[in-house]
Design a protein around this ligand. Structure first.
Ligand code: GLN
Ligand code: ZN
Length: 765
């Protein structure tokens, strides 16, 4: 039995890589120093893994920005527009790389970045390769070779990791019509050959090829590509030891395909899909090893050793010790680095957790437990682990019977508004008396450095709570006055009191814990620190009522109450694994429901529940969508349906392609939905039009991601376009998303243009 790791976080224990990259981009750090930072992180990671006792340690899992972009550069898939930069400035390889990641706007050049999208169902984003019909491939960057050699220098023969050829093609996009990117496989394979040749020269013993697409729904053509690519590789490299890594789901109907590939070891994710062990063991050919992904690579919970040992023993019985590898379920890229920096976490909670560093120990300990359980030191570790599990199962911090009971007694009625939309709309209109094309914003206003400095000073005790609140209230007052002046119809308080739309609520709800240093890479140098939902979630007291009420007291126009929805809170946190996600989501839904009802009681007539993450929660396999959508939609409805017909519920979503889930979006039954639309020139609305979306819609009329101020005429054009597919009486007028990343001057101008455009539209009625 051997242990291995699929990948280690590369941001550095204290986000050293983030800091170095950002300084480099700002021109404040020479390239040599950035390279040096990378080298130090790699060395530290290798040493740490070696010391923890992992047998096969990965290399090339390090990346300055993204592992898919690394492969893109390795294979020379550089879109034409970057050659302007290459020819004009003959830049360092790293500068071409960063230009592809971030765009390039200097030295008289203006080159856009590659598109970025989510890595399967994680919160990590990768850069999408662009393929042309006559795409050529050339082994262009020898990063993987260099890193393998670098580890050799420190005495380690590491296992190079790279994205397998079929997944690499599938991750990309055809940038012109008339071809299928899978047809490029023949041209791509020589790059892999070149890499393997050099790695063989360097005496690499193992190579890990990641093919996560093997857990997805695959077309016949993709299946053929897998069979073909691996046959070709094997022909050329009969002796290469290949570990084929799959993760994030089970192989399911691709099991026969995967086990027929001529590789040495197959890695499977037994955290996401423990049920696949049995069929995989039955299907595994005799020459193939099996890597058991048993330690959760993308959540923060301590492994339950007893549970896992059962899995390992089952595998041993069937295929023996020698063919088994133990590993985390996927790359540890998705875990925070180390628990050792958490000095403020409640120790009771801390003992239930394992971050990347601790997960390595778990993998090694599991091997010891499987191989020499009689050793006292090993027994000691097992005992400790069992104690931690027992403490978690029974902890008073976690379990609140009332919360559990409340979830169990949710009725259909709790998840349904009192009357259908048409009736509600009439009552709400009587109450609110809004004009046609009502104008509003999505919630947040600019978080100026001043506002942020108040929060920082409040948090470190420099100013008292009263003072802090007064400062925020002044800011709210200004925002309300100003919204009245330009003539918006539905106002917001501006969300100045919030750092982050999930953290803000997590901090006020029971069942959430926060780390000091639990950073995880989201994309490039951007890292996030997701809250940890460890226990039953409930709301000890109102969270937003004071702010909304204050804002409403300043004006006769309606001010929207502003909440984050249960699915989004769930999706952007580390979620407990001791009960189904659905259960946790419904607990959050009830807490939000209480807040909604309290806002209504306080006289707030419009309440927005943001659900930007509802689409990204979709399972990887289409056959699992319905089950997810059923409970996700239910959670939203539970959160929103506690109010009277007269109270108007809004929801907001951004970056969403709704075409394939539009009926479920409609099923959420929000009175008004605001969506991102301006960048796609209202294309998104087609889905709503085709489906005959019944409720009101606010298609975003300008892109808030750029400081550019739209002209009234542009907004008018977009609105007219929207009017051709959605009846005018259903349309609202609003920006694409919240304005917290913008500055006031451009915000003022843009919203004034927007209000003017709405006025003009009204005239046309
Ligand atoms: N209400 C939030 C805001 O305006 C919505 C943010 C989001 O959609 N991500 O900032
Ligand atoms: Zn948004």
């Amino acid at each position: 039995m051997r242990t291995h790791n699929l990948g280690y976080p590369r941001i550095g224990n204290n986000r050293e890589l983030k800091k170095a990259c950002e300084q480099y981009w700002a021109g404040k750090l020479p390239v040599e120093e950035l390279l040096q930072t990378g080298k130090i992180i790699r060395k530290q990671n290798w040493e740490l893994q070696k010391n923890s006792g992992i047998d096969l340690i990965p290399c090339n899992d390090f990346s300055y920005y993204d592992q898919v972009l690394d492969m893109t550069l390795t294979a020379g898939v550089i879109p034409d527009r970057y050659f302007k930069l290459i020819e004009k400035l003959n830049p360092h390889e790293l500068d071409v790389y960063f230009a592809m990641a971030r765009g390039y706007q200097k030295n008289g050049l203006d080159i856009t970045a590659l598109e970025m999208t989510k890595w399967f169902d994680t919160n990590y984003h990768y850069l999408v390769p662009e393929f042309k019909k006559n795409q050529s491939f050339k082994f262009s960057s020898n990063k993987i070779i260099r890193e393998h050699a670098e580890a050799l220098e420190s005495g380690l023969n590491t296992k190079p990791v790279l994205i397998g050829p079929v997944s690499y093609l599938l991750l990309g996009k055809e940038k012109e019509p008339g071809f299928d990117r899978l047809d490029l496989i023949d041209k791509l394979l020589p790059v892999y050959s070149d890499i393997f040749k050099q790695l063989e020269t360097q005496k690499a013993e193992w190579i890990q090829l990641d093919e996560p697409f093997l857990v997805m729904d695959l077309s016949g053509k993709a299946k053929e590509a897998f069979a073909y690519a691996y046959r070709e590789i094997r022909k050329k490299f009969p002796k290469l030891n290949i570990i084929l890594a799959t993760y994030f789901e089970g192989l399911k109907d691709n099991l026969a395909l995967a086990t027929a590939l001529p590789v040495n070891v197959l890695h499977i994710d037994l955290v996401r899909c423990p049920d696949q062990l049995h069929p995989v063991l039955l299907a595994l050919p005799e020459h193939m090893g099996l890597s058991l992904g048993v330690v959760d690579g993308r959540n923060v919970w301590k492994n339950d050793f007893m549970q896992t040992l059962k899995i390992i023993e089952k595998a041993i019985t069937k295929i023996g010790h020698d063919r088994i590898f133990l590993a985390p379920s996927c790359s540890l890229l998705h875990s925070p680095c180390s628990l050792k920096y958490e000095t403020r976490l409640n120790p009771e909670i801390k003992q239930w957790l394992a971050f990347a560093e601790e997960k390595l120990d778990e993998v090694v300990t599991l091997k010891q437990l499987a191989q020499s359980p009689e050793k006292p030191s090993v027994q000691e570790k097992l005992k400790e682990n069992q104690q931690a599990q027992a403490s978690r199962r029974s902890s008073r911090l976690i379990h609140h019977d009332k919360v559990k009971q409340r979830v169990n007694s949710i009725t259909d009625e709790d998840a349904r508004r009192k009357s259908p939309f048409e009736i509600r709309k009439r009552k709400q209109q009587q109450m609110l008396n809004l004009p046609a094309f009502p104008t509003t914003t999505i919630g947040s206003f600019p978080q100026t450095s001043e506002v942020r400095s108040w929060r920082a000073r409040f948090k470190n005790g420099e100013i008292k709570e009263d003072q802090y609140k007064n400062l925020l209230k002044e800011e709210i007052k200004k925002a309300i006055r100003w919204q009245e002046e330009i003539g918006l119809d539905v106002l917001v308080h501006g969300e100045f009191e919030r750092n982050d739309m999930v953290e803000y609520f997590g901090e006020q709800l029971e069942g959430f814990a926060f780390t000091q240093n639990g950073w995880v890479q989201s994309y490039g140098s951007r890292c996030v620190k997701p809250p940890i939902i460890y226990g039953d979630v409930w709301r000890p007291k109102p969270m937003t009522v004071e702010w909304s009420l204050y804002a409403q007291s300043l004006t006769t126009k309606p001010v929207k109450g502003m909440l984050t929805g249960p699915v989004t809170i769930l999706q952007w946190s580390f979620v407990r694994n001791d009960q189904p996600r659905k259960q946790t989501c419904l607990q959050i839904a009830l807490a939000i429901r209480d807040e909604v009802v309290d806002l209504e009681k306080a006289g707030i007539r419009i309440i927005q529940i943001d659900e930007p993450a509802i689409r990204e929660g979709l399972p990887l396999r289409k056959s699992d969508w319905k089950e997810y959508l059923d409970w996700a939609v239910k959670a939203f409805r539970v959160a929103s349906a506690g109010v009277q017909d007269e109270t108007q519920i809004h929801t907001h979503m951004c970056y969403s392609e709704f075409n394939d889930i539009i009926e479920h979006i409609a099923d959420m039954d929000a009175d008004v939905i605001t969506i991102e639309c301006s960048r796609s020139q209202m294309e998104l609305l087609d889905a709503f039009a085709h489906f005959n979306y019944p409720n009101d819609i606010g298609p975003g009329v300008y892109d808030i991601h750029s400081p550019r101020v739209p002209a009234k005429t542009e907004i008018l054009q977009l609105l007219s376009k929207a009017k051709t597919v959605i009846p005018a009486r259903q349309l609202w007028v609003n920006p694409d998303c919240g304005l917290k990343t913008r500055q006031w001057p451009e915000t003022e101008k843009a919203l004034s243009e927007m209000v003017e455009a709405a006025r003009e539209m009204r005239k046309s009625l």
